[in-house]
Design a protein around this ligand. Structure first.
Ligand code: NDP
Ligand code: OXD
Length: 315
């Protein structure tokens, strides 16, 4: 059996991390596949559309990321199980990103950094964490872990998902019909939704206008958006318009409609936009290859795979 590593710019790193764990593993790196019928497993990140259907013996696809939109967009994706990457290494990094950015805006750090540049010593009103209502869009692996981290900070928590959840300390909303109620009590919106046909473009002007306008009573200067899900969930022109209209106070964006974010994007220079290069959670080759080898071993032993993607739901 051979393992194909395909699509990722980090293919060589994944291969050497996997070889350290299983020295005699037959690893091929796209496009040097060797005989296509040898390939049983694929570790993939954004493979070229149609590429995976060339391997008639493929048994399992493992996504390098937690998100699988990079695979689901392939109309000819082979009908073998797809396992996505779920690991404490990745989840812990996401929790750190979300806590950092919630605190960043709650403590008005972008304004303080600007004041520092101007050598200005001035207090700004800041809410206490317990006064702020954080709304988690997506209550999956990432959303639930973020809830735990934010609970420790003392924030009020609410969450929205496709199916109803019961999570201690989190007011849970589900489905399209409860989206407005969820948004109307949210001061800081944190998005960890997957990109699917249902969620594409969900972060638009209409949605941002529905965020709570009552944050001012809690010393919030206005609603905040944090998007660590996928860039195509957001309409960037709408985010800029909402910021300029005062409908949003600030935004932290880790993902973008086009990545890398083009140098011409006005988001780069907006004083209250915090930009990171899609690294809210970026796992190590060692952690990813450990996970991948575990899934392959489970598959070979006939054990159930973990974190299987539902191709109908698309995540
Ligand atoms: P999960 O599949 O565990 O969770 C997804 C959540 O989104 C679930 O709660 C699900 O609802 C909800 N959801 C999906 N579709 C809808 C919908 N139409 N309406 C309402 N809720 C919906 O995924 P993870 O938490 O592991 O990861 C989430 C995403 O985070 C990934 O898909 C990826 O895009 C992104 N990500 C980004 C990273 C970065 O570095 N920026 C790193 C890692 C992940 P339900 O529970 O009912 O199924
Ligand atoms: C992921 C990502 O989906 O890094 O894991 O974006």
């Amino acid at each position: 059996m051979a393992l194909l590593i395909i699509g990722s710019q980090r293919s060589e790193e994944f291969a050497s991390a996997a070889r350290e764990q299983v020295p005699d593993l037959d690893i091929r790196i796209w496009p040097d596949t060797g005989p296509v019928e040898d390939i049983r497993y694929a570790l993939a990140w954004g493979p070229p559309v149609g590429a995976l259907k060339r391997f008639p013996g493929l048994e399992l696809i493992i996504s390098v990321g937690a998100g699988v939109d990079h695979l689901m967009k392939d109309p000819e994706l082979p009908g073998v199980p797809v396992v996505r990457y779920v690991d404490p290494d990745l989840t812990g990094r996401m929790v750190g990103y979300i806590a950092l950015n919630v605190l960043m805006h709650l403590r008005r750090m972008s304004e303080y950094l600007e004041q520092q540049r101007q050598r200005t010593w001035r207090y700004l009103p800041e809410p206490a964490a317990h006064e702020v209502r954080v709304g988690l869009m997506g209550l999956g692996v990432m959303g639930k872990a973020a809830a735990k981290g934010l609970e420790a900070l003392g924030c009020q928590l609410r969450g929205w998902s496709r199916t109803q959840k019961t999570i201690e300390g989190v007011e849970c909303f589900a489905g399209q019909e409860s989206l407005d109620a969820f948004l109307s009590g949210t001061d800081i919106l944190v998005c960890t939704l997957p990109l699917t046909p249902d969620t594409r473009g969900i972060i638009n002007r209409d949605l941002m206008r529905k965020l709570s306008r009552h944050g001012r009573h809690r010393r919030m200067p206005g609603p905040v958006l944090i998007n660590a899900g996928r860039g195509a969930l957001q309409i960037e022109a709408d985010i800029l318009a909402a910021l300029d209209a005062g409908e949003l106070y600030a935004a932290s964006l880790d993902v973008f409609e086009t990545e890398p974010l083009p140098a011409s994007s006005p988001l780069w220079s907006h004083p209250r936009v915090v930009i990171t290069p899609h690294n809210a959670a970026e796992s190590t080759p060692e952690a990813i290859s450990r996970y991948m080898l575990r899934q392959i071993a489970r598959h070979r032993a006939g054990l159930p795979l973990e974190n299987i993607v539902d191709p109908v739901r698309g995540y």
